[in-house]
Design a protein around this ligand. Structure first.
Ligand SMILES: CC(C)(COP(=O)(O)OP(=O)(O)OC[C@H]1O[C@@H](n2cnc3c(N)ncnc32)[C@H](O)[C@@H]1OP(=O)(O)O)[C@@H](O)C(=O)NCCC(=O)NCCS
Length: 138
């Protein structure tokens, strides 16, 4: 297992199996596009070079970053990978003032162990767009 902060050399084929439980998940191509458009990423690669876990941050690059997505494939969970991905991503965001995310109650202890404090989150969801906005021109 290896962590990387780069998408270089990875294709949508290497990004299969994520968004478990999402009724209308992004395709692997859309997933590749959202990683490419992120401010910083952390990817866990298995011995075949396939991605088995990822974390993504978006940011203004000045003060604030937000971590929208973190996921480890089910068969790789509970082995410290989620923690390693978050540490790797937070290191890359060390120059910023604020790093925020929203999560369900059950993962609050997980993020707490990474030094994050608990706050409130407000959100809005447009489920018609859960699979992603189509690429322009498509
Ligand atoms: C959350 C997630 C990324 C953690 O990845 P992981 O590789 O299993 O994490 P680690 O092995 O580093 O840490 C696991 C610890 O977090 C806890 N944990 C993770 N998800 C949990 C959940 N949904 N409920 C309760 N505890 C959870 C585990 O119980 C474990 O605790 P322990 O160390 O006391 O045994 C992974 O469970 C996942 O992909 N879940 C589905 C997507 C998701 O919920 N993402 C977070 C969105 S905010």
């Amino acid at each position: 297992m290896r962590l990387t902060d780069s998408l270089e050399g990875l294709t949508p084929d290497d990004l299969q199996g994520f968004f478990v439980g999402w009724p209308n998940p992004p395709t692997a191509e859309t997933f590749h596009r959202l990683l490419a458009g992120s401010y910083r990423i952390s990817l866990a690669l298995d011995e075949h070079g396939r991605v088995v876990g990822f974390a993504q941050a978006i940011s203004d690059g000045v003060l604030t970053a937000f971590i929208p997505l973190l996921e480890v494939l089910p068969e790789h969970q509970d082995r410290g990978l989620g923690t390693a991905l978050m540490r790797h991503l937070l290191e890359q965001l060390g120059h910023l003032y604020a790093v925020d995310l929203s999560c369900d109650d059950d993962v609050v202890p997980f993020y707490g162990r990474l030094g994050m404090g608990r706050g409130n989150a407000m959100y809005r969801r447009n489920y018609a767009r859960q699979s992603g906005v189509p690429e322009e021109g498509r």
